[in-house]
Design a protein around this ligand. Structure first.
Ligand SMILES: Cc1cc2nc3c(=O)[nH]c(=O)nc-3n(C[C@H](O)[C@H](O)[C@H](O)COP(=O)(O)OP(=O)(O)OC[C@H]3O[C@@H](n4cnc5c(N)ncnc54)[C@H](O)[C@@H]3O)c2cc1C
Length: 417
């Protein structure tokens, strides 16, 4: 038994069981820093279900990232998993860079890793509604229950925050317009002869448009106001390595507008990789998808359909209107907003958490390091534009588990636990 000091339910509690939460758990268990009974993974849905659902909702077939990016620690784990099962053909060649796994291979491997570490036994199905940080423990509220832990790792992704165009916000609340990341959106429920409008010009909109246009019979219009931009990855690969770019980021004040802008400039937002662009081009050439360059300015509900009017005066009537307009700010998700209002953890520009660059630990208002660390998109001011990606989970994992190792192995310093 490693635990000493104040009585708690867990030594480490990870909030969020997505790619980041699962990777952190695997690292902690693999390095033997913690027993499964000392670890809690708190998420209201099944492990990795949120990412699985996102992939399914936009009709994603292959990952954008190479096969060495997955939830395990050994970079070649996924490739070996594929080879051992005769599934090498699910590693799809790229014009540049390494092969990429199909979505089904990625998740089969991830499930296998979760089973190997019996992560389900650590999973508590609950939504965290607030955290209170003390000097010795972190108290986690889950509505009906409460978990006391020594260390809390936040890995909640965008925390349910999505971005709608301004004209859509009112209709979204009545359900007439939906968002591709709305948990209730199901592309398979779209009628076979429905007319469908899709708003957005990046990878998600392009994948969704080609997927929805698959069975001929639907009228699909893609509203993309800007020219398509093709990029293999979401940012320059320089950001994947601890290069001068990360140093430049860290030279700016933490949790600042200046860091946020640098990350936003570095991220190739609204782009799509070449293989998605080719599929979209084919769909456009075969007239399965119609491209509309004008911007929607008004949308109104009319007897079960949505009528949209564009800036150039054209108008359309749709059975379904789906926004593929991205996520909202990671600092605006439910949990981050509550933490901002209820705890003594320091925030900066637009609610960004003030994190330590070396350990990703959240600083308290008095400047000391708390018992809460952050992984995922909310750590982008430290890790750069790939923070949200699988490679970001690996980077965050190395930093967070690195500092936890020094604490958890300090058996002779129980007060530090
Ligand atoms: C369609 C799509 C394709 C992508 N493809 C790639 C790719 O090819 N390569 C790549 O590297 N990256 C890719 N990404 C980016 C990134 O890897 C994924 O977004 C990934 O899911 C991020 O993992 P996460 O754990 O941070 O967030 P999520 O997967 O969103 O997981 C967060 C978890 O936190 C839980 N949670 C939220 N709030 C609470 C709360 N209050 N209490 C408890 N639990 C909570 C959620 O239920 C969820 O399970 C893609 C993203 C999308 C959307």
């Amino acid at each position: 038994m490693r635990r000493t000091g104040p009585e708690t339910d867990a030594l480490v509690a990870i909030v969020g069981g997505g790619v980041h939460g699962v990777h952190l758990a695997v690292r902690l268990l693999q390095e033997d820093l913690i027993d499964p009974c000392e670890l809690r993974l708190i998420d209201p849905v099944g492990l990795l279900d949120s990412f699985r659902r996102n992939c399914q909702q936009c009709g994603m077939i292959e990952l954008r990232s190479p096969f060495v990016h997955h939830v395990a620690t050994d970079p070649f784990s996924l490739r070996d998993f594929a080879r051992a099962r005769g599934r090498e053909d699910e590693l799809v060649p790229s014009t540049v860079g390494a092969e990429r796994p199909t979505v089904s291979l990625f998740f089969d491997h991830a499930n296998w890793i979760c089973d190997r570490y019996d992560l389900e036994s650590c999973h508590t199905k609950a939504r965290v509604t607030g955290i209170r940080e003390n000097r010795q423990t972190v108290e986690i509220e889950t509505g009906e229950d409460h978990v006391s832990t020594r260390w809390c790792l936040l890995a909640v992704g965008h925390g349910g925050s999505v971005a709608y165009p301004e004209w859509a916000t009112e209709l979204a609340s009545t359900g007439s317009v939906t968002h591709v990341w709305d948990p209730s959106f199901d592309p398979n429920a779209i009628g076979e002869t429905s007319s469908v409008g899709i708003v957005g010009g990046g990878i998600t909109a392009a994948q969704l448009a080609t997927e929805v246009a698959q069975p001929p019979g639907r009228d699909v219009v893609l509203f993309a106001r800007s020219p398509f931009r093709v990029e293999t990855l979401e940012a320059s690969t320089d950001w994947m390595h601890f290069s001068g770019d990360i140093e430049k980021l860290h030279a700016r004040p933490p949790a600042s507008g200046s860091r946020e802008n640098l990350v936003a400039e570095a991220r190739y937002s609204g782009t799509m990789p070449p293989y998605v662009f080719r599929r979209l081009q084919r769909a456009l050439e075969r007239e399965r998808v119609e491209l509309e360059r004008s911007e929607i300015t008004v949308a109104t509900e009319a007897g079960g359909t949505v009528v949209v009017t564009c800036r150039d005066g054209s108008s359309f009537c749709f059975d379904e209107l789906i926004c593929a307009t991205g996520f909202g700010s990671p600092y605006d998700g439910d949990l981050f907003r509550r933490i901002r209002h209820q705890s003594s953890l320091q925030t900066g520009y637009y609610g960004a958490p003030l994190l330590d660059d070396g350990t990703l630990r959240w600083r308290r208002e008095d400047g000391t390091l708390s018992r809460v660390a952050v992984s995922g998109v909310a750590a982008q001011q430290v890790l750069g534009p790939f923070a949200r990606n699988v490679i970001g989970a690996r980077r965050a994992g190395a930093q967070i588990v690195g500092f936890l190792e020094s604490r958890l192995n300090a058996q002779n310093q129980p007060a530090e636990l």
